[in-house]
Ligand binder design. Sequence first.
Ligand SMILES: Cc1ncc(COP(=O)(O)O)c(C=O)c1O
Length: 437
Amino acid sequence: MNGNNDAPTPTRPKPVSTGSELDRQLALHGGRPVRHAPWPTYDKGAVFIHPDDEDAAVRAIRSHLYFRYDHRAENETECGRFEDELCRYFGTRHALAVSSGTAALALAVMGSGVPPGSLVACPGFTFVATPSAIVLAGCRPFLVEVDDDLRMDLDDLRRRWRPDIRAVVVVHMRGFAADVEALAAFAAEQGVPLIEDAVPALGAELHGRKLGTFGAAGAFSTQSDKALNCGEGGFLVTDDSTLFARAVALSGAYEGRLRRHFPHGEPPLTGLDLPLLSLRMDEIRAALLRAELTRLPQRLALFHRNYAHVAAALAGLPGIAVRRPVAPGAYLGEAFVFRVPGGDAGWFARALRAEGIDARNIGADDDLNVRAFWNWRFLYDTADPGQIRAMLPRTARLLTETVDVPLSSNLTPDDCDELVHAVRKVAAARDTAQVRP
Ligand SMILES: Cc1ncc(COP(=O)(O)O)c(C=O)c1O
């Protein structure tokens, strides 16, 4: 599959055939699986890439100019052009391409002037990179519960608030917009910056505005199956020139190179009082990303089409709770995440895997998942998962009920139908007396 995919066409889920007994019986129990082909994911080669993207990378390799800072003017480099294009795409004043999403997030925290050693609030449901970036920035993560739709819970943040929390990092986890407007208003009330970990939601919008542009800065990754992907990399966007200048200096713009990022005036600082952390982007990856950016709208439409197809077909299925967006359409669509309230989500995910769908129970005991906060052992004085779970009991319960299925933008409507069929089959089997996990 590649970026030549036809433009998305609206599709209606196919009716699920009742089939034979062998079709109805769970594959987990010897029945016929819903699908035999591997579920398309990035790590199995389902990459959204166009021959023009490959050509762009090859051109950059042939240029022999791999470092972003050389004799060329900023707007003649791949990194500089990528940053200009990102500013146009996001409508921000500044953009900085860097070596990873973690680097972008850490630079945003450091750039916002949060003193080292401060507490920085973040949700208890995110990828381990979020608290890791806070640690990289010299700060201490302060975990907050999530709500039933797995979004950072503002009420819990309010309840737990302490004056030594000096920033809030909100995460648009699994591509779903957090309630970022309310969180930004709360952070402003407290006089602290709100930073968006928008890594899983590149291109998604809330109320017509791109995620990553609601706070002091938005951090993105271009690693693995992100909406723009080049293996490793990331970027941050911001309107705050001081935050930006600090981030540029910290990322490795030494000996006057900071000035190149301010073509219309002087940077607000020299950068000499900041360490140089060498978190730069290189020219080859920037060339690839620039080419991919031209096809991003097409890819986003495919993500949306797939997600809308699956979510509409499974809405209201008894026994599962599909995540509700904070506003209509406020998601990327890179994953189908649902809960099995009061049920055994570990069994549900296992049954889906047997049907040929890559599904994981996020809070599973037998599947190490670093999106579960009790696996972030570096944060705690104790290694006892029970004690750690008790710190955020609601999030622990919700994650234990949660099933996560990756939705590649390369999925076809038939793939989506098979996912729908498999979820219905597993849910139906669970509800009959014949099956017990
Ligand atoms: C929510 C979130 N934040 C940050 C990151 C870190 O990105 P990177 O791997 O580019 O450092 C990831 C990676 O997938 C992520 O999912």
